[in-house]
Write a protein that binds this ligand. Structure first.
Ligand SMILES: O=C(O)CCC(=O)C(=O)O
Ligand SMILES: [Fe+2]
Length: 404
């Protein structure tokens, strides 16, 4: 074990110092390239049901972390269309073993809620890895956003029918249903993500979410739990400390990397939002209204049909990012949700929009600090073909991308 630790330390060092890509680096290692510098605390804005609070740690996420090629050590087989490699997670086992060893030596273990970090990773029949807690450990297995078992043959529409209904446009931008500029810096792209990409997104999130740093139910300092399951990619946001950190509070694992395809979708969505804003002839530069960004953080939330999220501001990213108004880009997949937004933390003064599966909501510039939240998830509103293909649980998957 000591030998393995030295070996991995050596690989980490090579990645930092050499321009030549290291052939296999686990996501744990790649996330370990973050540099952390303590900063002032205190910009807290989170309430009981809200998700973001005040920044207290300055992080510099490694650009390598968003490059799945640098994370191949965690997986063994082929890539799917979203750039995430499916298959078994043979390397993870050794990394998890390694991590527990590291922790026992670095005196940090008291930091983790689950004191006994699992030392074993099991592989299911499908090749998915999942953590098997050590006997007696206070460990909760990651939440599975999909149901197990066979597909429901009573589903009404076939995948093919659904694709046809979408007219097979790569990124259809519809003209109705709340589409467009909701307020300065806030753009809603209705049904923007194709059904195929939604399906891949669910499968990818499920796969990552069952592994180290996967889905868990976060809580606040006072012990109250959020009404959702969460997983963070790139950097971990912890509602308990209200900071970005380089490990999950649930299991001490480094946050998984953001799949390259997710980032591409974000960047294309921002460009298309610029296209919409550009139709307003009074705007000389659309980037003044909505700056572009390259995400290095993705918070993935799964809401069951009783899930919700209180009004809050997302303001734990770096002051540079916030000052520039770099946008939050939100993808909705699964059941629709009622989304509130406004200038104050007051539901009675907030506007409401229904976010449906495939919608992309972007808020930056003058809208970067809006209060927003999810009041309800609308049951049985997800596209049937999405459920048929993925067996996504009843509820809603939401991914919010940010640049630290
Ligand atoms: O689920 C949503 O639409 C919003 C999520 C959100 O606000 C957050 O993760 O900060
Ligand atoms: Fe938020």
């Amino acid at each position: 074990m000591v030998f393995m630790y030295r070996l991995v330390k050596a690989k980490t060092f090579r990645l930092v110092t050499s321009p030549v890509p290291v052939p296999y680096i686990s996501r744990q290692i790649c996330s370990g390239l973050l540099s952390i510098r303590k900063m002032n605390g205190g910009k807290d804005s989170a309430s009981e049901d809200s998700i973001s609070g005040g920044a207290a740690i300055k992080l510099r996420p490694s650009p390598d972390c968003i490059d799945r090629r640098e994370c191949r050590g965690a997986v063994e087989t082929s890539s799917n269309s979203l750039g995430v490699r499916h298959g078994s997670f043979g390397k993870r086992r050794s990394m998890i073993d390694l991590r527990s060893e590291q922790r026992s030596g670095d005196g940090n273990s008291s930091k983790f809620r689950n004191k006994n970090i699992p030392a074993r990773v099991k592989r299911s029949k499908s090749g998915q890895s999942y953590r098997k807690p050590d006997e007696g450990a206070n460990h909760v297995a990651p939440f599975d956003i999909c149901l197990s078992g066979s597909r429901d043959s009573t589903v009404l529409k076939s995948l093919q029918e659904m694709e046809e209904n979408q007219e097979n446009v790569e990124h259809p931008i519809e003209e109705s249903g709340g589409q467009g500029v909701l307020r300065p810096g806030m753009v809603l792209l209705k049904r923007y993500i194709s059904l195929g990409d939604q399906i891949e997104m669910v499968k990818t999130c499920r796969e990552i979410g069952l592994g180290p740093g996967g889905f868990y139910r976060p809580g606040y300092k006072n012990g109250a739990k959020l009404r959702l399951q969460m997983m963070c990619l790139g950097l971990n946001w912890d509602p308990e400390t209200r900071k970005y950190e380089d490990q999950s509070p649930a299991d001490g694992c480094k946050p998984p990397c953001i799949p390259r395809k997710f980032n591409q979708l974000v960047e294309t969505a921002i460009q298309d939002a610029h296209g919409l804003l550009g139709k307003d002839c009074t705007l000389s530069n659309v980037e003044d209204m909505l700056p572009a960004m390259s995400p290095d953080i993705c918070i993935v939330n799964f809401y069951t049909t009783t899930g919700r999220l209180g009004l809050h501001q997302d303001r734990d990213e770096s002051s540079e990012s916030l000052d520039k108004g770099l946008p939050v880009v939100s993808f909705s997949v699964g059941d629709s949700a009622e989304f509130l937004y406004g200038d104050q933390r007051d539901v009675n003064k907030a506007d409401k929009v229904v976010l449906e599966s495939g919608d992309v909501l972007i808020f930056g510039g003058k809208s970067r600090h809006i209060f927003h939240g999810v009041t309800s998830v609308i049951p049985d509103s997800a596209p049937k073909a999405l459920i048929e293909e993925t067996r996504l649980r009843p509820g809603r998957l939401n991914l919010t991308f940010r640049q630290y």
